[in-house]
Design a protein around this ligand. Structure first.
Ligand SMILES: [Mg+2]
Length: 248
C-alpha cells in the first residue's frame, strides 16, 4: 500500500510556472485524506508558494504535505500553523564565490555577454545557482528565441564543467543552466525525503511528465521507485482520481 504520492510540478500538477487549477486543488485535498503528498521541482520556495501552497483548499491536512524546492535540496513542511524549512543543503560562502566567478569567466568565454538582458543573470537559490542567459525577467518570446537548439548553453556547460569539475552543471528551462552539488536529482530528493520522514521509498509512488531518458523525472524511475509517466496535467488528474479511489 502506498503511503506517499510524489509529484513533479511543471507539466504534471500545473502548466509551466502557472498556479494549480481549482480541480487539481480539490483532488490534492482528497488525496491528503488518504496519503501524504510530496511535490519536487527545481524552483525555489517562493515559486511553490504561488503555484501550489496558496491554492490548496482550506481544510486540507497540510501536516501531510511535503514541499521540496530546488530538486529536493530543501524540504518544507507545515507545523504549528506555519511553513518551515526542515533542512536546506546550501552552498557555503567559498563554494558560492567559486561558482559565481566561474560563471562570469565562462559566460564571457562562451560569448554570451553581448545580448540585451532583463534583470539579474545569476540567481542564488542557496543550494542551486542558476544562470539565465537573458536575465530572470526576460519576456517569454525572447527566451524561446535565444537558444532553441541548446548550442549556447551546451557551450557554456562544457566550459563550466572544466572549471567546476566537482559540481553538476545542467541545462534547464529555455535560457538557464543550473549548478548544484553532484548527484542532485529527483531520485536524491526521494531518498532524502524517505530518510527525514521515515516513509520507505517502496511505499512511495511518483508521477512526472519527463520520465524519458534525459528527462528530469527519469532518475526516480531509474532508481527503481514506482513511477507513472503522465502526458500532461489532465492525465495527472485522471491518475490521482484513480489513486484516491484505490486508497480510500
Ligand atoms: Mg515537468
Amino acid at each position: 500500500m502506498k503511503k506517499l504520492i510524489a509529484f513533479d510540478l511543471d507539466g504534471t500538477l500545473a502548466e509551466s510556472k502557472q498556479p494549480i487549477q481549482p480541480e487539481m486543488g480539490t483532488l490534492l485535498k482528497q488525496l491528503l485524506g488518504v496519503a501524504a503528498i510530496a511535490v519536487i521541482s527545481g524552483g525555489d520556495w517562493p515559486q511553490f508558494e504561488t503555484q501550489v501552497v496558496a491554492h490548496i483548499p482550506a481544510g486540507s491536512d497540510l501536516s501531510r504535505l511535503f514541499i521540496m524546492p530546488t530538486t529536493g535540496t530543501k524540504l518544507y513542511r507545515y507545523e504549528n500553523e506555519a511553513w518551515h524549512a526542515v533542512y536546506a543543503d546550501v552552498f557555503d560562502a567559498a563554494e558560492r564565490k567559486t561558482i559565481i566567478d566561474a560563471l562570469d569567466k565562462a559566460s564571457a568565454e562562451a560569448g554570451l555577454n553581448d545580448s540585451r538582458t532583463w534583470g539579474d543573470k545569476i540567481e542564488d537559490r542557496g543550494s542551486q545557482i542558476t544562470y539565465s542567459g537573458l536575465g530572470q525577467e526576460a519576456p517569454l518570446d525572447a527566451k524561446k528565441a535565444w537558444d532553441p537548439d541548446f548550442a549556447k548553453r551546451k557551450k557554456l556547460q562544457a566550459i563550466l564543467q572544466t572549471m567546476l569539475p566537482d559540481l553538476s552543471i545542467n541545462v534547464g528551462g529555455s535560457t538557464s543552466v543550473d549548478i548544484t552539488r553532484r548527484g542532485i536529482d529527483k531520485a536524491y530528493a526521494i531518498r532524502r525525503l524517505s530518510e527525514v520522514i521515515g516513509i520507505a521509498a517502496q511505499d512511495m509512488l511518483f508521477l512526472g511528465d519527463a520520465m524519458y531518458p534525459g528527462g528530469n523525472d527519469y532518475p526516480v524511475k531509474a532508481a527503481g521507485i514506482d513511477s507513472i509517466a503522465v502526458r500532461d496535467v489532465a492525465e495527472t488528474r485522471s491518475v490521482v482520481s484513480a489513486i484516491i479511489a484505490c486508497l480510500k
